[in-house]
Design a binder for this molecule. Structure first.
Ligand code: NAP
Length: 324
């Protein structure tokens, strides 16, 4: 196809040959951007899709597109669950809604894709603000991009275990940073910029740990975009010079980033045919599906254990027990 990068063309051809008509996927962040593109593409391959996001109207349009593209729109189901993923109580409720839906429809979950919130800015975040706390008194980004994913995966593990080839794809910056301060895993005293740039490592650790603990499910961390959350930088009001620089660099930054429809091919490839991925479960991948080697720090059993225990105690302190 003219204009498509080679790797997208190749992935698209491979993906076109896949039949997803017996699969049900959950796209967390499916109302816009990459999540919406992946939802529609997977629906086009026959999958049933449930999307999660806050905006019902945007979700309705995505579901309409899913239905229009589906080769088996009478048998496939398309649903949306609304909720704010930055709040753990909401995540818990979303997980219950997903379980109810699956029970009613007598299906499990074959794949989960997390994209929600990676681009930032929707909460009016600015680079220099100290931190943004949720009403549950947790850092907004830490909660939305890391804790909510952890909790939701934990809650739907039984549904994933019903599938013969379940796969979880976490989209964020895979393997992007060298290390963390293990004595300050709560990132206390860190600003938004530091927090956001650390979250990729927490998701690396979660991916590797979950893959080690759950053999029947494939876990991947996919870095599907640019390393800089540039719309956020652009919206910075406190640093006009930085905002100007971000705007100036934007064409170049965009040129380094795949379009949503292109990145969706990597997501589709990992979710529906995980065995085709060039690596094993627990791998960190680029949007071209090349392996991003994990840093020595993140591979260390001590690091993985400390992050796991920290997460477990944080969630259990808030009444969410049973991390496994
Ligand atoms: N967009 C692109 O063209 C593109 C291309 C290539 C790669 N990527 C990569 O894909 C990743 C995702 O980016 P994106 O563009 O899709 O946009 P995004 O703004 O990160 O995610 C948008 C999705 O997340 C949901 N969301 C955000 N905050 C939420 C919250 N608190 N609770 C519930 N849902 C929430 C949004 O739904 P609601 O607003 O309805 O809540 C929407 O469905 C990034 O890593 C990006 O680099 C994007």
């Amino acid at each position: 196809m003219i204009g498509l990068p080679d790797y997208v063309f190749r992935l698209r051809q491979q993906n076109d040959a896949v039949d997803c008509s017996n699969k049900h996927g959950l796209i967390v962040g499916g109302t816009r951007g990459l999540g919406a593109a992946a939802a529609e593409r997977l629906a086009g391959l026959g999958a049933s899709i449930t999307i999660v996001g806050r905006t019902a109207e945007a979700g309705r349009l995505v579901l309409e597109n899913c239905r229009a593209r589906s080769p088996n729109s009478t048998a496939a189901m398309f649903n949306m669950i609304t909720g704010d993923l930055s709040l753990l109580a909401e995540v818990d409720r979303i997980a219950s809604d997903v379980a109810d839906l699956c029970q009613t429809r007598k299906v499990g979950i074959d794949f989960v894709v997390f994209t929600a919130g990676c681009y930032g800015s929707s909460a009016g975040w600015t680079m220099l603000s100290s931190t943004t706390r949720t009403s549950e008194d947790i850092d907004y980004w830490f909660s939305l991009l890391y804790l909510s994913r952890h909790l939701l995966i934990q809650r739907i593990l039984p549904l994933l275990e019903l599938s013969t080839a379940a796969c979880v794809v976490n989209v964020f910056r895979a393997g992007s940073r060298a290390s963390l301060d293990l004595n300050n895993l709560g990132l206390s005293g860190k600003g938004n910029l530091e927090t956001i740039s650390s979250i990729g490592l927490y998701i690396d650790a979660m991916t590797i740990s979950l893959a080690q603990m759950h053999n029947s499910i494939e876990f991947y961390h996919l870095g599907a975009g640019p390393m800089v959350p540039y719309p956020v930088v652009e919206n910075t009001t406190q640093l006009p010079a930085l905002a100007w620089l971000a705007r100036t660099l934007q064409p170049w930054l965009y040129a380094q980033s795949p379009l949503a429809s292109e990145a969706a091919e990597a997501v589709v490839s990992l979710t529906v045919e995980p065995h085709r991925a060039v690596s094993r479960s627990g791998a960190l991948m680029s949007y071209r599906l090349e392996c991003v080697p994990p840093t020595q720090f993140i591979q260390s059993p001590d690091t993985l254990e400390r992050i796991w225990q920290y997460t477990k105690s944080l969630l259990s302190h808030r009444g969410f027990n049973g991390l496994r």
